[in-house]
Design a protein around this ligand. Structure first.
Ligand code: AMP
Length: 253
């Protein structure tokens, strides 16, 4: 597995990549959810590329960005074990040099966009930059972040990007909690409370879900007309914000 940091080296590695290229953008703190995306890229493409970059532009607060879990040594092992050929792990200075001021504004509204102003602008901008650098044939994302998938699908269409978006099912722990880098911050008691979210969403009924979340700090629970339609929810447990969704139609419903 090759690891590159400067953009110039990434471009060089891309030029010599054989056949079709699959790409998995991540912010590190890798878990089995990321590994499932790596495995799909490995299985479906000749060259599997991952990026590890904690993108400050998509964080709402400096404190959340600063406390985001980081363990690059471990991440590189996870990527290598999953058969990734090339990891792009750039510095912030490389991707956002002084004078940077061109942004992708997806104009997304509702749900995450309301609770995290500017989040999808940060996501769309970094994804377009990474797509331009890696030039993948297919890019892999998790259904866990259903609204992110919607925003990226629209960006790909609106800006005529030539790549296939592949979306993989949410990977969960045995207790039902969707894997997330942020789960590491939960105390045992907080984790117990967090389980209310997947349990509520699995009813596939917004009214019933809200009842089951009585006493929990809920930001939203709603049916979203995404592709596929989903029951989505976001809660706060202590200092941690958790999101999850359950498809209401299609294979996973
Ligand atoms: P992140 O590192 O949080 O930016 O996530 C990188 C990619 O992994 C995104 O496409 C996420 O949707 C995906 N992902 C995160 N958690 C999960 C999960 N539990 N199951 C499947 N994919 C996930």
């Amino acid at each position: 597995m090759k690891i590159v940091r400067p953009i110039a080296e990434l471009r060089e590695a891309r030029r010599s990549a054989a056949g079709s290229v699959g790409f998995v953008p991540t912010m590190g703190a890798l878990h089995a959810g990321h590994a499932s995306l790596f495995a799909a890229a490995r299985a479906e493409c000749d060259t599997a590329v991952a990026s590890i970059f904690v993108n400050e532009a998509q964080f709402g607060s400096a404190a959340d960005f600063a406390s985001y879990p980081r363990d690059e040594e471990r991440d590189l092992r996870v990527a290598e074990d999953a058969g990734i050929d090339l990891v792009f792990a750039p510095t912030a200075e490389e991707l956002y040099p002084p004078g940077f001021r061109t942004w992708v504004e997806p104009n997304e509204e509702g749900l995450e966009a309301d609770f995290r102003p500017g989040h999808f602008r940060g996501v769309a901008t970094i994804c377009l930059k990474l797509f331009n650098l890696v030039r993948p044939d297919r890019a892999y994302f998790g259904q866990k972040d259903a609204q992110q998938v919607e925003v990226l699908r629209r960006m790909i269409r609106d800006l005529n990007l030539e790549l296939e978006l592949r979306v993989l099912p949410t990977v969960r722990d045995a207790d039902g909690l969707a894997l997330s880098s942020r789960n590491a911050r939960l105390t045992r008691e907080e984790r117990r409370r967090a389980l209310a979210l997947p349990r509520a969403l699995q009813t596939r009924d917004p009214g019933r879900a809200r009842e089951l979340l009585d006493g929990v700090d809920v930001e939203y629970v709603a049916v979203a007309e995404f592709e596929p339609r989903v029951l989505v929810g976001a809660i706060r447990v202590g200092n941690t914000r958790l999101i999850d969704n359950v498809p209401l139609e299609g294979e996973d419903a």
